[in-house]
Design a protein around this ligand. Structure first.
Ligand SMILES: Nc1ncnc2c1ncn2[C@@H]1O[C@H](COP(=O)(O)OP(=O)(O)O)[C@@H](O)[C@H]1O
Ligand SMILES: [Mg+2]
Length: 251
């Protein structure tokens, strides 16, 4: 089960969702791998000191010899492992464009690791470029966080079109796992309208769990902890736990 968290908009909760879902699944004693494919390395920084990272996903994806196993490191969360990113990953786009196997690098490399893990989560950058395409080509599922805002649905057409194109040719197995609303503010009527609107577009693909705004979710990465140890009783912990249950029932 390889789940890419994607949305080409920045700041919609991709990283927050990837790091906490991966932890929720690892807490259920599934061996879990979190792959950070964003050059900004926010997922990596949420669990380890980036200065301790010597090799990153960039090295795996550009090198013939290096295997996934050479970059995976443990995290403080039992059963959760990390394939870290470094800023060097930003150079990957230009390196892979023009290579015949450009979109397939991750898929080819992930074979070395896939069997060793029950679940793999991939965090992606805020673009629909070569890095995100690599993630979608290598995945079984895509999970789309949508920020509860007036512009929530803007851009989702492009994302869905990209998913359809990848399903049509390089990866017919890719499935839209679902759409999750993030940073929701229950108190506003606007938020309720947005919820309704997203529901109309995505139907049963919209998860029942809604991730509400929570300062705890913002704070936990600074302490290199998932929400489940940082603030186990917070709304964020309960909501990401409930989202993980919904996901496990869908896959
Ligand atoms: N439910 C939430 N409540 C409050 N802040 C959140 C929530 N989800 C994410 N954030 C914060 O919003 C910012 C953007 O989220 P992030 O997960 O980094 O988005 P992306 O990876 O899509 O760019 C971060 O500072 C993050 O801590
Ligand atoms: Mg991010």
């Amino acid at each position: 089960m390889i789940i890419t968290v994607a949305n080409q908009k920045g700041g919609v909760g991709k990283t927050t969702t990837a790091i906490n879902l991966a932890a929720a699944v690892a807490n259920k004693r599934f061996k879990t791998l979190l792959i950070d494919l964003d050059p900004q390395s926010n997922s990596t920084m949420s669990y380890v000191d980036p200065r301790s990272v010597s090799r990153s996903m960039f090295d795996v994806l550009v090198s013939e010899e290096l295997s996934f196993k050479d970059v995976i490191i443990p995290t403080a969360v039992p059963n959760l492992f990390l394939a870290p990113s470094k800023i060097a990953l930003a150079k990957l786009e230009s390196k892979l464009i023009g290579e015949i196997d450009g979109p397939f690098r991750l898929k080819d490399k992930i074979k070395d690791a896939a069997d060793a893990y029950d679940y793999i989560f991939i965090d992606t950058p805020p673009t629909l470029g070569m890095i995100t395409v690599n993630a979608l080509v290598a995945s079984t599922h895509v999970l789309v966080p949508i920020q509860s805002s007036y512009f929530a649905l803007e851009g989702t057409d492009d994302l869905l079109e990209t998913i359809e194109k990848i399903k049509a040719r390089p990866n017919p197995n890719l499935q839209l796992l679902g759409v999750v609303i993030t940073m929701h503010d229950k108190r506003t009527t606007l938020a309720r309208d947005i919820h309704e609107q997203i529901g109309e577009v995505f139907g049963d693909r919209l998860f029942n769990t809604i991730i509400t705004k929570s300062i705890r979710l913002e704070e936990s990465p600074a302490y290199k902890e998932s929400i489940f140890t940082f603030a186990p009783k917070s709304s964020g912990a309960m909501e990401y736990y409930s989202l993980s249950e919904e996901i496990l029932s869908r896959v």
